[in-house]
Design a protein around this ligand. Structure first.
Ligand SMILES: [Zn+2]
Length: 72
């Protein structure tokens, strides 16, 4: 059975609104993840160190210089 879809009469379909209650937890989670990433790129094994060794520093070293964080 074939179905045909007629175009909307107005020509523009309005996007469904996103409730703030739905978006807010994901925005907070994204913000926390961005702050953790910013910490690891900007400060870990440089100004401070949560992890021993130099592995994190080596992985983010170029990004640290690219973003202008003090390194060495
Ligand atoms: Zn450096």
């Amino acid at each position: 059975m074939a179905h045909s879809v007629a175009p909307p009469a107005t020509g523009h379909a309005a996007p469904a609104p996103l409730p703030v209650r739905t978006v807010l937890p994901w925005a907070v989670l994204g913000g926390i993840l961005m702050l953790v990433l910013l910490y690891f790129v900007g400060a870990e094994q440089g100004a401070t160190a949560l992890l021993s060794g130099t592995g994190v520093h080596e992985w983010v070293h170029d990004g640290r210089h690219l973003l202008g964080f003090p390194c060495h």
